[in-house]
Write a protein of this length. Structure first.
Length: 332
């Protein structure tokens, strides 16, 4: 069975080959992002393996369908970038990796929170320049602060465990409360209460039509002045222009992002010898209280190993039974 792996980075080669050891699969790696133009690279593939910024809209799917691709195996939990209806109509199955390491993303979220709070990114540079002045570096005790988690699935639950460990009071909003979170003392409230009461708000919900621009001007206006907002879910959960307005007015006191709504043209590439083609993103980089990482929440060796193993399991199950281990289906 031939599998064409798109957006393949050196670490993908290592972990995918390791997971496929001893299994008769023909893995073909492409550095290119999958889009309607590059889809033809998957000539004679039965499976296309895609990542978060690959384009899986109707144009790409039309090409893949014409080529006879039977399965799209996502190396991600999120599947917002796949036109599921078109895939279903074309008879192409879609699989994902529902859980690989919720710890990886939850811990990265905490890294962003602590860095923004204690300004270790700025302290690092200062100390290396022999500047030991403390002005501008003051943070706050996490203990006793109110943290609001939007979405307490796998990642949100791990995050709740860590934040309660710090002594935070944790509020959460989720249509499906988690018993584990409730046992930790997390209090489920309406989204408005999360927005109005939290000192730190973190977004751990998927991107869906309901959560698109969940954080907009109106939501920001309801937040506590000086709130810290962290998004490690999907970029478009946040309206970036609204957040820039919130930063300029001081309503948002600190912003941590691992995802960005237009990240497809930026993230995972080295643009250091070029320029940043996105003026909104470039504006974000001018704020001293903004910390951005390039979608690296998932990037631990444990997570990469689990992603590769589950992806290969999805493919072999599909090979043997005609259905992947973790199918993505259209909502009812
Ligand atoms: P999950 O499916 O276990 O949990 C998502 C939770 O969000 C569910 O409990 C769901 O009920 C809740 N939810 C849905 N709509 C909501 C709304 N409108 N308001 C509040 N809660 C809502 O997913 P998991 O594994 O925890 O991942 C969450 C998201 O994190 C993924 O969908 C993905 O977009 C993102 N992610 C980011 C990564 C990164 O590297 N930064 C890596 C992996 C996932």
């Amino acid at each position: 069975m031939r599998i064409d792996v798109f957006s393949a980075k050196p670490h993908d080669l290592v972990f995918m080959r390791e997971a496929a050891k001893g299994i008769n699969l023909d893995l073909q790696f492409h550095e290119a992002r999958l889009n309607p133009d590059t889809a033809r690279l998957a000539q004679s593939a039965q499976v296309v393996c895609a990542f978060v910024n690959d384009e899986l809209g109707c144009d790409t799917l039309a090409v893949l369908s014409e080529l006879g691709v039977e399965l799209i195996a996502l190396r991600s939990a999120g599947f917002n970038h796949v036109d599921l209806r078109t895939a279903q109509q074309a008879g192409i199955a879609v699989a994902r990796v529902p859980a690989y390491s919720p710890h990886a993303v939850a811990e990265h979220t905490v890294a962003l929170i602590l860095t923004l709070n204690r300004k270790t990114h700025r302290a690092f540079n200062r100390v290396r320049e022999g500047n030991f002045a403390l002005d501008g570096l003051m943070g706050f005790d996490m203990h006793g602060k109110v943290a609001g988690i939007v979405g307490t699935g796998l990642i949100g639950t791990v995050l709740a465990r860590i934040l309660t460990g710090f002594g935070c009071e944790v509020l959460a909003s989720d249509p499906y409360p988690s018993a584990e979170c409730e046992a930790l003392g997390v209090r489920y409230v309406e989204m408005d209460e999360v927005l109005g009461c939290a000192d730190i708000i973190t977004l751990q919900c998927p991107l869906t039509p309901d959560t698109h621009h969940l954080i907009d001007d109106a939501a920001i206006a309801r937040m506590k002045p000086g709130v810290m907002l962290v998004n490690t879910s999907r970029g478009a959960v946040v309206d970036t222009r609204a957040v820039i307005r919130g930063l300029k007015s001081g309503q948002i006191g600190a912003l941590g992002l691992d995802v960005y709504e237009e990240e497809g043209d930026l993230f995972f590439e080295d643009l250091s010898q070029s320029y940043i083609p996105d003026d909104v993103f470039a504006r974000l980089l001018t704020f001293p209280n903004v910390l951005i990482t390039g979608h690296q929440g998932f990037f631990t060796r444990e997570a990469l190993r689990a992603i590769a193993e589950t992806t290969i399991a999805n493919i072999t199950q599909f090979q043997h039974t005609g259905a992947p281990l973790h199918p993505v289906t259209l909502p009812e």
